[in-house]
Ligand binder design. Structure first.
Ligand SMILES: Nc1ncnc2c1ncn2[C@@H]1O[C@H](COP(=O)(O)OP(=O)(O)OP(=O)(O)O)[C@@H](O)[C@H]1O
Length: 312
């Protein structure tokens, strides 16, 4: 299970430690840079001078080589300030999605994951779906998205609704030889405007270089951002987010939270990150015992209940 990030104290401590480390690294980088420049200037000026000066220059050359061999501090390059946002999706009148008497099992000889579940989703929906591992949270998102078909019952969708589902496996399907920009252009061939695509990728914190280098050279976190950019470009009315915080650092998670809060559509979030849930969810639904049950309290009450259960 992903570590719970509820505790603000931990987060503050993390930010403080990180900025102290960065400050130290930057000081060391600047000092080394100055020293090296000084030695290089000396070598350039006196390397071919009198025997004494040339000897001193040689000795500086050795010091310089030793510094390089010992490993130099890298310049602190903070990731571009990330400010996610999901574009205006326009409105779709309710009911946007109706889940009616749905039962589901993966195979005929397997137990039901859901039995007769019934609920509606619209653009006001801001739900965090929680529950034990294996209860069926991801399965529900796949059913709503249409990747899975109910064994019984129906899921009705408004004809014009655009659903955007984010999950971890999307990044595993990226063509690693393509750049993020090529990927976007191939996904949206009708939108050939490179500038638009670049703006979108840039909005998700990918620098110009990162947009055009092969995806293979990007970190997992950067690949996730490519997926967020792809998702946002679809202008979904309903976001189905399955563990969106994996591979994201805390600043990016906060950027995601504020993007969700600024989003005008609906969202169903599956996450083990209670800190994100606390920031964005208006309702908690518990997925267990083949059903979906609205939770009366907030996510902290739910967390307390889990803890009580473990302590018993
Ligand atoms: N393709 C599949 N075929 C058969 N069984 C599956 C398949 N996918 C998932 N399951 C099973 O269905 C159940 C529900 O899985 P699901 O991934 O929806 O649970 P979850 O609540 O999202 O779990 P977690 O919190 O661990 O991600 C699990 O027992 C899982 O093993």
């Amino acid at each position: 299970m992903t570590q719970c990030l509820c505790c603000q104290g931990n987060y503050d401590a993390y930010v403080k430690t990180r900025s102290e480390l960065e400050e130290h690294q930057m000081k060391r980088y600047n000092w080394e840079k100055d020293q090296m420049q000084h030695m290089k200037d000396y070598i350039a000026r006196f390397g071919h001078g009198s025997a004494k000066l040339a000897r001193q220059a040689q000795s500086k050359e050795k010091v310089l080589a030793k510094m390089v061999a010992g490993g130099l501090a890298e310049k602190v390059v903070s990731d571009k300030l990330v400010q996610f946002s999901f574009p205006d999706c326009g409105s779709v009148p309710p009911p946007v999605i109706m889940v009616q008497n749905v039962s589901f099992r993966y195979q005929p000889d397997k137990p039901l994951i859901y039995r007769n579940i019934d609920f509606g989703v619209d653009l006001e929906t801001r739900v965090a779906l929680v529950g034990p591992n294996g209860a069926g949270k991801s399965t529900l998102l796949k059913l709503i998205d249409g990747e899975l078909v109910p064994t019984d019952g129906v899921i009705r969708k408004h004809a014009h609704v655009r659903v955007g589902r984010y999950h971890q496996h999307l990044k595993d399907h990226l063509d690693l030889s393509q750049s993020a920009l090529q990927y976007m252009l191939s996904c949206y061939p009708e939108d050939k405007d490179e500038e638009d695509m670049r703006r979108s990728l840039g909005m998700y914190g990918l620098t110009g270089k990162q947009q055009i280098c092969p995806i293979r050279n990007l970190s997992d976190g950067q690949r996730c951002r490519v997926i967020f950019a792809w998702l946002a470009f679809r202008r979904p009315h309903l976001l189905l987010m399955d563990e969106p915080t994996n591979h994201l650092d805390m600043e990016t998670i906060d950027a995601l939270a504020s993007a969700i809060n600024g989003f005008e559509g609906g969202i169903i979030l599956v996450s083990h990150d209670f800190r994100l849930i606390r920031q964005v969810a208006r309702e908690i639904w518990v997925c267990e015992k083949q059903g979906i049950h609205p939770w009366k309290g907030d996510i902290l009450d739910y967390k307390a209940k889990l803890k009580k259960k473990i302590d018993k």
